[in-house]
Design a protein around this ligand. Structure first.
Ligand SMILES: Cc1cc2nc3c(=O)[nH]c(=O)nc-3n(C[C@H](O)[C@H](O)[C@H](O)COP(=O)(O)O)c2cc1C
Length: 191
C-alpha cells in the first residue's frame, strides 16, 4: 500500500484546497491511500523558540508521519502570486533541525496541486514551491497538472467536487503520481 501525506495550505473552514484534498482522498487508486495532516497547531517559526524549547510536538509528530510515508502532496493556495505563509512556515519547521531534512524530505516524491477562485489556477504558487523542493532534495513529479481556476464553480457549498471533467482529471493525475511514487519512493529508489 502506498501512503501519501496530504497537507493543505489553508486554515479556512471552507477552503477550496482542503476540499481538493478530500476529493483526492476519495479518488486515490486502490493500492494507495491519502492521509490528510493538519498544520494549524504549528506555531510561527522562531529560532529562539527552537533553541530554548526545542521542536514543537505538532512539528515532530508530523515529521514522523512524513518520514514513514511514501510521498507528500501539497494542496497550495496562491497568495500574492506565491505560496501562502502558513504552509511555508510549516515546511520550514519540518526542516528543523537540518539533520531532519534527510529523514523527512530527501528523495521523497512530492506533487503540488492547487485551487483558486481566480483565473490562473495557482500556477505561480505551484512554481514558487520548486526551489523549496530542490533545497530539500525532494523528487517532484511533473507528469500532469492540477491547477484549478474558478474553484467556486468546481465545488458545491458542501465542498464536494461537482465537476465531472475535473474529477476525471484528478483521478488521472493521482494514477500517474502514485505510479511515480511506486518507482521512486525513498526505500526502493536506487535498488
Ligand atoms: C492575501 C491574499 C492574496 C491572494 N492572492 C491571490 C493570488 O495571487 N492569486 C490567486 O489566484 N488568488 C489569490 N488570492 C485568493 C485566494 O486564491 C482565495 O482566497 C482562495 O480561496 C484561498 O484558498 P482556500 O480556498 O483554500 O482558502 C489571495 C487571497 C489572499 C487572502
Amino acid at each position: 500500500m502506498i501512503k501519501v501525506i496530504g497537507i493543505t495550505g489553508s486554515l479556512r473552514k471552507h477552503s477550496y484546497n482542503t476540499a481538493l484534498l478530500h476529493a483526492v482522498a476519495e479518488l486515490m487508486p486502490e493500492h494507495a491511500v491519502l492521509e490528510i495532516a493538519a498544520i494549524r497547531d504549528i506555531p510561527l517559526y522562531n529560532e529562539d523558540m527552537e533553541t530554548t524549547e526545542g521542536i514543537p510536538q505538532a512539528v515532530s509528530l508530523l515529521q514522523e508521519r512524513i518520514a514513514v510515508s511514501d510521498a507528500l502532496l501539497l494542496a497550495t493556495p496562491e497568495y500574492n502570486h506565491s505560496m501562502p505563509g502558513v504552509l511555508k512556515n510549516a515546511i520550514d519547521w519540518l526542516s528543523r533541525p537540518p539533520e531532519q531534512i534527510q529523514r523527512v524530505f530527501s528523495e521523497r516524491p512530492v506533487a503540488v496541486i492547487g485551487a483558486t477562485p481566480g483565473g490562473f489556477g495557482t500556477m505561480l504558487s505551484q512554481n514558487a514551491w520548486l526551489p523549496v523542493f530542490r533545497r530539500l532534495g525532494m523528487r517532484p513529479w511533473f507528469g500532469e497538472k492540477i491547477m484549478l481556476s474558478k474553484a467556486h464553480q468546481v465545488f458545491n457549498e458542501d465542498g464536494k467536487l461537482q465537476d465531472e471533467a475535473v474529477r476525471k482529471q484528478l483521478a488521472s493525475f493521482l494514477a500517474g503520481f502514485v505510479a511515480f511514487v511506486q518507482k521512486n519512493r525513498p526505500d526502493v529508489a536506487g535498488e
